[in-house]
Design a protein around this ligand. Structure first.
Ligand code: UDP
Length: 383
């Protein structure tokens, strides 16, 4: 066994969880991150002028039904209950999301019961689509054109920059349609937000005598020499210096506004209308209802194609991206001393719970392989 330390590139959830698990198993771990903070896109910090805890790269609501993940994160900080109740503002008014009985009754000016609403939406649905192949077909099959056009078409086009018919059905499957008045955005057993923010939790995960963290440090291939193995959680195309081309990502950016009191009355309001240039507005103090603030800060979110220097957020995974990805996967598999994990290194749209679950499983596989002398896994097992 090499007595060199391991190197983990990226101090987001993947890197932090892996670092912790390797440290506990007795290994020395160096974590670097090119940014000047830990926690990746989950980073939180207090807004200096309002005191509001801001999710710097967009709001993150922790939601999981995975007991192992829930128990794991709770070791590192208190998560207080938070239920995301999103509204959608369109020409016809302000509606409840995800689409539920309130949305259906208000939108169609009806007073349907759950079973009546189920039957009614069946009459709207395009039942000729038996096996939906993309986002649009999935929507038309399960809700019909009117609801799709009012709440999904414009939002999705703005968010992803392509026609929804080019996107996978899996993106829409993230959201339920309900025939009761439950307006909880998620279906998961546990839902909440860290009382002290995500960066505090991530700081606690990384706080171990076997872990050292260096911020503002960009990975270079030479760093591999001083380390037993590299675990890379950045964009896979960047690792290979884009030699097979760039993978498509959407990025998001915000306009910030400050004011007194309550600016929009809710944490998230979506603007699905194609004519409105932004997708949604976040008022961050509502993500911490246990705190009181006189002032408030509101972020209007815009989406655009990622250009050089922009932060990659949402992997587009269009057909051409998948072909490029396959080439990078092949290159990655030829690397003996580098492993790839997390949202950016595996180029997948992943929620925090999935990132943590994968990092835990990957850590176990790594520790096991290290003990038996087998080759370390190149990628997490993708489920
Ligand atoms: N979506 C939509 N209208 C909405 C909310 C969501 O069309 O008002 C679509 C959109 O394509 C989005 C997807 O549903 O990318 C998943 O939404 P989710 O809220 O899970 O996205 P995230 O919060 O991860 O950006």
């Amino acid at each position: 066994m090499s007595d060199k330390p391991f190197l983990i590139v990226g101090a987001g959830f993947s890197g932090a969880v892996l670092a912790r698990e390797l440290a506990i198993a007795g290994y020395t771990v160096n974590v670097i991150d090119q940014r000047d903070h830990i926690a990746g896109n989950c980073h939180t910090q207090r807004d200096p002028s309002t005191g509001v805890m801001v999710h710097q790269y967009g709001p993150h609501i922790f939601n999981t039904s995975n007991q192992e993940v829930w128990d794991y994160i709770n070791q590192f900080g208190k998560i207080l209950p938070f239920i995301n109740r999103v509204k959608a503002s369109i020409d016809q008014g302000v509606f409840s999301l995800p689409i539920n009985l309130h949305t259906i009754n208000q939108f169609f000016d009806k007073k349907l019961t759950p079973s009546e609403a189920g039957t009614f939406v069946e009459t709207l649905a395009d039942l000729s689509i038996s096996d939906p192949q993309n986002f649009e077909e999935q929507a038309l099959r399960f809700m019909g054109r009117e609801l799709y056009e009012a709440f999904f078409y414009g939002y999705t086009k703005k968010q992803w920059g392509v026609e929804p018919s080019e996107l996978p059905a899996s993106i829409l499957k993230r959201l339920p349609i309900r025939f009761n008045y439950d307006d909880n955005y998620y279906n998961k057993k546990y839902q909440g937000i860290p009382e002290q923010g995500y960066s505090a939790i991530m700081g606690n995960i990384l706080n171990h005598p076997n872990i050292s963290v260096e911020l503002g440090r960009t990975y270079t291939a030479q760093m591999a020499h001083a380390h037993a193995h590299v675990f890379y959680t950045g964009p896979i195309d960047q690792f290979f210096e884009y030699r097979e081309g760039k993978l498509g990502y959407r990025t998001v950016y915000w306009e910030k506004e400050e004011g007194e009191g309550d600016l929009q009355g809710n944490a998230v309001i979506n603007y699905p209308d194609e004519k409105v240039p932004y997708t949604r507005k976040h008022e961050h103090k509502h993500f911490a209802p246990w705190e009181t603030h006189k002032k408030s800060v509101l972020f209007t979110e815009y989406s655009k194609e990622t250009e050089s220097g922009d932060i990659p957020y949402y992997p587009k995974r269009l057909e051409q991206d998948k072909q490029v990805l396959d080439k990078y996967i092949e290159l990655a598999q030829q690397q003996n001393r580098v492993s790839f994990l997390g949202r950016l290194a595996t180029y997948r749209y992943m929620d925090m719970e999935k990132v943590i679950a994968e990092a835990l499983a990957f850590s176990r596989a790594t520790v096991k392989a290290q003990k038996t002398g087998e080759r370390l896994p190149t990628f997490p097992e993708i489920t």
